[in-house]
Design a protein around this ligand. Structure first.
Ligand code: CDP
Ligand code: MG
Length: 688
């Protein structure tokens, strides 16, 4: 975001005087103080502290934006809950929320991030020995429990956004309930939720106390379309411009399903803006989704870029359902809700997890429209007819009922919970799903015949913060002498969409992608992209390391990298994110003592390793041209984004299945069928 012009402006401001700077800082502090005092939660501070002192388990329900996440940890800190080196830990289902909230709270406390206030999420830790208010993802606290089952460094754990019912939240609640019965003095547990249904949590914790915080909500007009929309992206686009041209004041929040969709809409908005007269171009887009680097995520909380005054420019925030409850974006007056969300779905019979786009629940639709009425009356445009609303499910099904449980089971086993069927879940996953996931772990070699964690593989897998199938791939790769390649692959598979293909430049982008394409498939293609990017960004290594050189070359290589991304239709954000993830997992495998070597040009070796790792996801070409997945028997097609799309390859392994109009497999590599029987005989003899 910072343009050259803006950088220039900042320097000049600085030169003006330090006094100006001080008075700005003072004004900002004053603004924050006022904002905090005006939050609904401010008036019940003392009462809340009393409630926490009195009850070991407390449920706090309050409207989104009332100040729960940012204020309650500070209340507890000031009430002395962080004495003797103990901390308050707050979990969030989403990385973005943990990061943005921690930054905000650090600012409110007037401290540097990572000192008193910090965050810790997978692959990114901003805490230190003095951190007392720690925001983190629910998954991360689960990992901490592996090392410290009683979570003894915390005096209070706050499980925030519990209504989201992510699988990690559910498991965490189970573990906390379990350890609270055994620990003395018990860890204080606060469960926070935006929705009104506190009963389920209260009952689970034996009738725990629940308090409600009154929120403020302005009226929101709900508008529906007359007919169902065939293309909701296009409908959203039309609505954005309708609001932009007719309403003039207030920002817009659009709910989309994922990074690809958000980036596509971003480009389409820019394109349409260019067709408008200069005076009508005062609109800026701001994306927000989980894998966005954190400085870019903060953009939604800032005024529009330099020269664009907030009151004359409309901000269009393009968000995933992150913006439903976990982050509150100021200034929103209009909400556009196409009514869809990307969700995990699991078919235990087939053992296949996929990401599907499904209609939201009524509760989600209400949360979304509520976002328009935070600061004044607002409007919500639901891009479907009113009759459709009535057909929606009341609330979203907990994730634990619709996901592959292999990861969770692996962690529970590592925590010493051997009887998964008997574990006290808030809502039990189906028996079939547990059985299938146990079977999956067994096939990966993580469990022994009597369902205990295997040594060393199972224990090693539990230590890695990855999907079990990727953890296993890394362990195997060290034996196949291609861990270097597999580290890159796993990092690249952990980020969204490395390539992008704008509709209007489809041919151009496909030609560009060909430079990296490997005839063997997508995994090697991803390695090619990663290495090309690394080459560009690391070129400065070849000149003497002086501070000045570093700066010059960094700026230069950044510039070259940006241009290269643009020319090759590569998503720079995703590649950078993959580089971060890579260095983190590399650290983990080094600690585990795995050998990091490269197979050099011997890609056959690497493909054999892919076959040995992903054998559960193999598919064979059928006479009519489709593929049949071995494990599930499902008929699938290779996704058009794959380099093997329309190729005549006989046998493949893949990493992902997506279902749109057809069932597609993505991230596909060519293998030999014979390898499967050789490398995974326990599975392929069982199958036949
Ligand atoms: O958790 P809850 O939804 O109850 O509210 P919160 O997240 O604590 O937000 C309280 C206030 O802080 C809201 O008015 C937000 O707009 C503001 N906030 C902010 O300005 N910047 C952030 N990064 C997070 C919150
Ligand atoms: Mg919150």
């Amino acid at each position: 975001m910072p343009s050259m012009a803006q950088n220039g402006r900042v320097t000049t401001d600085f030169k003006q005087s330090n006094q100006a700077h001080n008075s700005n800082a003072f004004a900002r502090r004053e603004e924050i103080r006022q904002q905090r005092e005006s939050l609904p939660i401010a008036s019940v501070k003392e009462r809340l502290i009393e409630e926490v002192k009195k009850h070991d388990v407390l449920i706090i329900v309050g409207e989104t934006g009332s100040g729960k996440t940012t204020q309650i940890p500070q209340f507890l800190f000031s009430a002395g809950f962080c004495r003797e080196g103990k901390s308050v830990g707050i979990t969030q289902p989403r990385r973005v929320a943990a990061v943005t909230v921690a930054k905000r709270v650090a600012e409110e406390c007037g401290v540097e991030l990572g000192q008193k206030v910090g965050y810790s999420i997978r692959f990114d830790d901003r805490t230190s020995g003095v951190t007392r208010i720690k925001y983190m993802t629910d998954g991360l606290l689960l990992r901490e429990a592996l090392l410290d089952p009683y979570l003894s460094r915390y005096s209070v754990v706050i499980v925030d956004e519990a209504h989201e019912r992510t699988v990690h939240t559910d498991v965490l609640l189970g573990l906390l309930k379990n350890s609270q019965d055994r620990k003395f003095p018990p860890l204080k547990l606060i469960i926070m939720s935006a929705s009104l249904d506190a009963r389920v949590f209260s009952e689970y914790f034996g009738g725990a106390r629940a308090v409600h915080i009154q929120g403020r909500q302005h009226p929101v007009d709900i508008l529906y379309t007359l007919y169902p929309e065939k293309d909701y992206v296009d409908a959203a686009l039309v609505t954005i411009f309708q609001i932009h041209l007719e309403e003039r004041h207030g920002d817009i929040l659009v709910f989309l399903t994922g990074q690809e969709e958000i980036e596509a809409v971003e480009r389409l908005v820019q394109e349409r803006l260019r067709q408008l007269p200069e005076s009508n171009r005062k609109l800026v887009t701001v994306p927000i989704f989980s894998s966005l680097p954190s400085e870019q995520q903060m953009r939604v909380f800032m005024p529009a870029p330099d020269g664009h005054h907030v009151d004359s420019h409309i901000q269009v925030v393009l968000a995933t359902n992150i913006a439903e409850t976990s982050v509150t974006i100021p200034g929103i007056k209009f909400v556009i809700d196409p009514g869809f969300v990307k969700a995990r779905s699991y078919d235990p019979a087939k053992g296949m997890e996929s990401l599907i786009i499904i209609p939201t629940s009524k509760a989600q639709a209400l949360q979304r429209s509520g976002r328009a009425g935070r600061e004044g009356p607002g409007k919500c445009f639901r891009l479907y007819p009113e009759s459709e609303f009535e057909k929606l499910e009341d609330s979203t099904k907990p994730e634990i009922k619709r996901c592959n449980l292999a990861n969770v089971i692996l962690q529970l086993k590592a925590l010493g919970v051997d009887d998964i069927f008997g574990f006290d879940f808030i809502e039990k996953p189906s028996r079939a799903a547990i059985v299938k996931s146990l079977e999956h772990l067994f096939l990966l070699g993580a469990l022994t015949d009597d369902c205990k964690l295997s040594d060393p593989v199972g224990h090693q897998m539990a230590r890695l913060p990855l999907d079990p199938i990727y953890s296993k791939a890394l362990i195997l790769a060290s034996q196949f002498n291609c861990l270097e390649e597999m580290l890159i692959t796993v990092a690249m598979l952990s980020v969204d969409s490395v390539f992008y293909a704008p509709r209007e430049k489809l041919d151009e982008s496909r030609t560009a992608a060909k430079c990296f394409a490997s005839p063997d498939g997508d995994h090697i293609t991803l390695i090619n992209v990663y290495r090309a990017a690394e080459d560009l960004l690391e070129k400065r290594k070849w000149v003497p390391h002086t501070e000045r050189n570093e700066k010059i070359f960094k700026a230069k290589s950044e510039k070259i990298f940006k241009r290269w991304c643009k020319e090759n239709f590569i998503n720079g954000r995703s590649v950078r994110h993959a580089r971060d993830i890579h260095s983190q997992i590399r650290g983990h495998v080094e600690q585990m003592g795995l050998r990091i070597t490269s197979c050099g040009d011997d890609m056959l070796q690497f493909r054999r390793c892919l076959a040995a790792s992903f054998f559960i996801n193999a598919a064979l070409k059928q006479p009519e041209g489709n593929y049949r997945a071995f494990g599930t028997g499902q008929v699938v097609q290779i996704h058009p984004s794959s380099v093997l799309f329309q190729s005549k390859v006989e046998c493949v392994v893949f990493n992902e299945m997506v279902q749109t109009t057809n069932k597609y497999i993505r991230n596909v590599t060519r293998i030999e069928y014979m390898w499967l029987t050789e490398l995974a005989p326990h599975y392929y003899t069982m199958q036949s």
